[in-house]
Design a protein around this ligand. Structure first.
Ligand code: GDP
Ligand code: MN
Length: 397
């Protein structure tokens, strides 16, 4: 589950990480009130108005703007809230902005003593360890830095059973070229950031930029956070942070009916039981010259009702040109699944407007094939994996 910048910053602050302070606003009036309150609390005269959407690169898309007085706060908030923000990380349609973060201005104009760093904490799946990635080249495209000057990106691996050790945090501060107060502040920043990452069960905390002010404070100016969905049951207060408006509507619907669905770019819809088989099926589609339109694990109960729901979800994606059903009948019998498909098909009538290839393997597979073949419906059956691949190729041609 992804969070908004303001929510990520709340988690950071609750673990003692210094943040650029801000207040969220849903309209221009709230933005002005927020700015007034921030001036009272922090003494800031200038404010940054930041669009809150689940996408980075907001600055480049015109979603982060500096306001030098209350009239500008109002005018900029008016302009950003409701806009369709297009950034390098959104689709071409962009994302609608529902709220902004009104934040204190923490950059002092013309100040050469400020620096922007990049820092993230994430899981290195290859080593099974947590990792801090950091760079002196913060503020801009870290992807570009990684491509052009990879030697400017450092990594520090952390053994999860031991945790982050103080010498590692000092190494980070040293490699970022800091000394004196800024060095000490950075050590504290890194230690608390890692604590925030671990205690919130996150899979990513990306802070870009981490700012060093001219008076040697180190603070998070941005926060991109991904929480681990499988650990959400341990964080009831974070569940409420979910903003479904930011999520793929088909995925949200699938989740509501208990289907494990991930939307992808391709044209062949998949309905599979078991995540491993689903991945193998996606490989199969690719090898047959297609591109999977989704990942879908229907789980153990492939009855007519569930199969129908799955068909309806897959068909919401307008790119789907064919559907491959690949079910292994271990506990569930293949003939029951086949019956489910036939019933769902009959029930849906015209709603199914693409060819369907069904491969059922396992208990009563032959009986299932016969059921499909004699149903009189436009469903292609296959028993072997290769057969299914060939049929996909055939219907896409
Ligand atoms: P992103 O573009 O989505 O990554 O959004 P960020 O929160 O990183 O903001 C983009 C850029 O806005 C930053 O790299 C800063 O250069 C700038 N920015 C953020 N906060 C301030 C601020 O307080 N004052 C000024 N002048 N610029 C800021
Ligand atoms: Mn950023």
């Amino acid at each position: 589950m992804n969070l908004h910048e303001y929510q990520g910053k709340e988690i950071l602050a609750s673990h003692g990480v210094r943040i650029q302070r801000g207040i969220v606003a849903r309209n221009a009036k709230e933005a002005v009130d927020a700015a007034k309150q921030l001036t009272e609390e922090t003494g800031t005269g200038w404010h940054v108005i930041k669009a809150q959407v689940h996408a980075g690169g907001r600055g480049k898309g015109g979603g982060v703007k500096l306001a030098k007085n209350l009239a500008e706060v109002e005018q900029i908030a008016e302009q950003i809230i409701g806009m369709n923000l297009i950034t390098p990380q959104t689709s071409a349609q962009g994302k609608k902005v529902h709220q902004v973060l009104v934040a204190e201005d923490v950059y002092y104009p013309g100040d050469s003593e400020t620096s922007e760093f990049y820092m993230s904490v994430l899981l290195n799946r290859a080593s099974g360890r947590n990792m801090i990635m950091y760079s002196t080249e913060g503020g801009m495209d870290i992807e570009q830095v990684a491509e052009d000057t990879p030697h400017l990106i450092f990594t520090e691996e952390i053994d999860p059973t031991i945790g982050l050790l103080p010498f590692q945090a000092r190494k980070v501060a040293f490699n970022l070229g800091l000394s004196g107060t800024a060095f000490k502040e950075m050590v504290k920043f890194v230690m608390s950031l890692y604590k925030a990452y671990v205690s919130s069960d996150s899979s990513l905390f990306e802070i870009n930029p981490v700012l060093k002010t001219s008076d040697d404070k180190i603070m998070a100016v941005d926060a991109k956070v991904t929480l681990d969905d499988n650990a959400l049951y341990r964080h009831k207060d974070y569940v409420e942070m979910r903003d479904v408006r930011e999520e793929n509507p088909i995925e949200v619907e699938a989740k509501e009916v208990g289907l494990n669905y991930v939307d992808l770019e391709g044209n062949v819809g998949c309905m599979v039981n078991g995540a491993g088989l689903a991945m193998a099926t996606m490989d199969l589609i690719k090898m047959a010259g297609g591109e999977p339109a989704n990942f879908l694990d229907v789980g153990g109960t492939a009855d007519a009702k569930r199969v129908e729901t799955a068909f309806r979800i897959i068909l919401k994606d307008p790119d789907v040109k064919a559907i491959l059903v690949n079910i292994f009948g271990g506990i569930v019998r293949c003939d029951r699944v086949a019956q489910g498909i036939v019933d769902a098909y009959k029930n849906m009538g015209d709603a199914i407007n693409v060819p369907i290839i069904v491969r059922l393997q396992g208990t009563n597979a032959e009986l299932a094939k016969e059921l499909i073949d004699t149903s009189g419906l436009a469903v292609h059956s296959a028993v072997q994996f290769q057969e299914a691949a060939d049929k996909v190729k055939e219907v896409l041609a």
